[in-house]
Design a protein around this ligand. Structure first.
Ligand code: FES
Length: 291
């Protein structure tokens, strides 16, 4: 979700993951956000230093592609550093609802001291036998120790698992490569980004198409790898947006038909109705949007 707050008189919006289950809201009217102080981070440092009990901040609705599979399917989570936060929320929900499939978590941290929510994770693994928890420190040996193929070997039935990735770009790239070598299909892999990853290489010859902005009653042509936000703005429209990098989801809107390519992942959407992020979606043929 996005948090909006005034820091030194200037309105700032930042994206953070909910780390608590929605059940905590239903039972206690509370949510938890796990926010790490970032070196030089304007908003994270302000929150640690200045935010006080009773202060009011703005929150948007929750968004994103991380959804617990329904009906239950086996799941593999691969998290790095603070990428554990959205996964914590899902694990708490699954454990409370006694999720009926096996769940594996590979959690990469620089050192064992960097584990976020160790107590919560250990307690989850203790009371919920479906969860197998593996914590791997990358910087405690002589050489860095990153994700490797053998880390996936103990994960049974890998090919039928839904996989959720959240962490630094290097880890996400490695995981994508190793998973595809082991036959996990692109559609089974869900990623959420904390920082903008390198953009996927797109073949711009196959991109572009007529874009219909249905709410504005406007049709425009597009060519190459211009994204929907750029196309809308070039047509004089002003869709809501924030980061322009695929992180904040403020530009999300409903596509009613047509196919788009995600610039971050290279994935091609289905042809039907769905929510897309304008700033990272490039039309591939005619597209209609509720803008
Ligand atoms: S995701 Fe932030 S503007 Fe598109």
């Amino acid at each position: 979700m996005n948090i909006c707050t005034d820091v030194n008189g200037v309105r700032r919006t930042r994206t953070f993951s909910l780390s608590s289950s929605p059940l905590l809201w239903e039972i206690q009217g509370q949510i938890t956000l796990t926010i790490k102080r970032l070196p030089g981070g304007l908003v994270t440092n302000w929150m640690h230093d200045s935010l006080e009990e009773g202060d009011v901040i703005g929150l948007t609705e929750a968004f994103g592609d991380f959804q617990i599979p329904q009906p239950a399917k086996p799941v593999l989570y691969i998290a790095g550093g603070s990428g554990i936060t959205p996964i914590l929320s899902q694990l708490e929900t699954m454990a409370a609802e006694n999720y009926r499939a096996s769940v594996a978590l590979l959690y990469f941290v620089r050192t064992q001291d960097d584990v976020i929510a160790r107590e919560a994770l250990t307690a989850l693994a203790a009371r919920w036998p479906a969860l197998s928890l593996t914590i791997i420190a990358t910087h405690e040996g002589e050489a860095p120790r990153y994700l490797k193929d053998s880390d996936l070997t103990p994960v049974t039935g890998l090919k039928v698992r839904e996989v959720y990735l959240c962490g630094p770009k290097g880890l996400m790239d490695l995981a994508n490569d190793l998973l595809s070598q082991r036959g996990v299909k692109e559609q089974q892999i869900h990623s959420t980004f904390f920082a903008p990853p390198a953009q996927a290489q797109l073949n711009s010859d196959q991109l572009g198409g007529e874009v219909t902005f249905t709410t504005s009653n406007l049709k425009v042509g597009s060519e190459g790898d211009a994204n929907l936000l750029e196309i809308a703005e070039a047509a004089g429209l002003k869709p809501q947006h924030g980061c322009r990098m695929g992180i904040c989801h403020q530009c999300s809107c409903r596509k009613t038909s047509g196919t788009v390519v995600n610039r971050l992942t290279g994935k091609v959407s289905g042809p039907g109705e769905e929510t897309v992020q304008l700033c990272v979606s490039v039309p591939q043929g005619p597209v209609a949007l509720n803008v």
